[in-house]
Write a protein that binds this ligand. Sequence first.
Ligand code: AAO
Length: 512
Amino acid sequence: MRLLLLLLVLGVCWAQYDPHTQNGQTSIVHLFEWRWDDIALECERYLAPHGYGGVQISPPNENVVINKPPRPWWERYQPISYKICSRSGNEDEFRDMVKRCNDVGVNIYVDAVVNHMCGSGVHAGTSSTCGSYFNPGSRDFPAVPYSAWDFNDGKCTTRSGGIESYHNIYQVRDCRLSGFLDLALGKDYVRSTIAAYMNNLIAMGVAGFRIDASKHMWPGDIKAFLDKLNNLNTKWFPEGSRPFIYQEVIDLGGEPIQSSEYFGNGRVTEFKYGTKLGTVLRKWNGEKLAYLKNWGEGWSFMPSDRALVFVDNHYNQRGYAAGGPSVLTFWEFRLYKMAVGFMLAHPYGFTRVMSSFKWPRYFKNGQDVNNWIGPPNDNGVIKKVTTINGDNTCGNGWVCEHRWRQIRNMVIFRNVVNGQAFTNWWDNGSNQVAFGRGNKGFIVFNNDDWALSSNLQTGLPAGTYCDVISGDKSGNSCTGIEIYVGSDGLAYFSISNTAEDPFIAIHVDAKL
Ligand code: AAO
């Protein structure tokens, strides 16, 4: 009885850290700015068959329309109401997506923008994705409804009404971020309204939420609306499942607000992860792959079971702050694939893969002046994701990193080695490293300017394995490099420094 109670308490306390992914799947993908009908299709035709556990979607609620063709991607971070009505689709399309993805075992996680409404300087009117009227000047959002009472104007003490210093925790939480009208989350009405929006989504079947701009909300205020959330829909999830929560807090050190303040509510985005991994792979500041031996908490990251990790996200991939120039993206595909490969092989954190669209990058004085440009579109209507014949990549300006063989196969690698210890680390003191995951998988990297050729202990059962980076196992043959593991677990690896992808990964499900 006592044990049961303990389990119950633990279950209740821990549940919001659990992504509730199905069938042993261990990663999610951010399908940034995708349409709901395309996501539904992708769940069925690609994500489920290739072991992805879930999708982070762009904010589904009504937002301001910024009439500057082709419309910035960031307009979706300026809410007008909680109607499910955006450039990605309407409520029917949203429901259809959630159902179809859930039916094939792929969860949906919603990007919840609840810290604020639109910018204070936006003109009153009906320039919103569903045509709802709003008036920032009088703080009137009748489609919610919110009125002047529901904002923090009185609480903020800066002259401008905006955040002027990240070193003042009151400003960061009570003043406006970039001029957005700051919701008064201390009020029960606001908390209940936000919870109602999220509960509406939970009823439709979503599995959890990214909480945008969490640093700008008091942890206790977030807890207050999270406590009002219902359990997940039992049509797809076990009775008593709490929504998965990950809070966006940019904590690179050097500011008084720390990620750890938010651990009680759920997981937190670990922005140090991609920043540091980029620095290491670029060999900046004297960093080398050999130093990754104690990657994770050893690098002063947050505890693994609180971390949501990624190489790049929709914001820092555009060269904005929150990581700076070291962050690797699809633009630098060779190093990027190694970074994502490393992330997916390493046990630290819960992993999110980025899936982007291309924009016409153009640098002026070191700044990308086109990084605001929104997704591929025809007169503002988001273009469908087309898949290109044969090689399974995407067209129409969609990058689809999640479909790149090297990345997709490492998502499967992570599923195969799930729960296995970090083992058999090897390095050459420089930029050649290798490690295993118990007796299930092994990976080798060569980021030096010379060839790697070594006999390494893989920990794997004897046999012939297919390298899932250079190819795929198909039937009983391999379209890429083959690796022979002896009865002593040793295998010989040779990786040229000029290889297209200078890394090799093998696992027991790709054994011939
Ligand atoms: C748009 C326009 C603005 C305009 C505004 C109002 O771009 O020019 O003023 O509308 O009309 C997205 C876009 C924004 C866009 C917004 C709404 O990125 O450009 O504004 O939609 O349309 C802080 C927050 C963080 C937030 C980030 C933008 O803490 O939560 O600012 N990210 C999320 C989303 C993002 C979204 C929003 C929130 C808003 O990911 O896509 O905005 O919903 C420091 C702090 C960080 C702070 C950054 C801001 O970073 O630590 O907390 O992020 O500054 O750049 C070193 C430090 C690093 C520091 C940096 C800069 O690198 O290590 O920590 O210096 O000082």
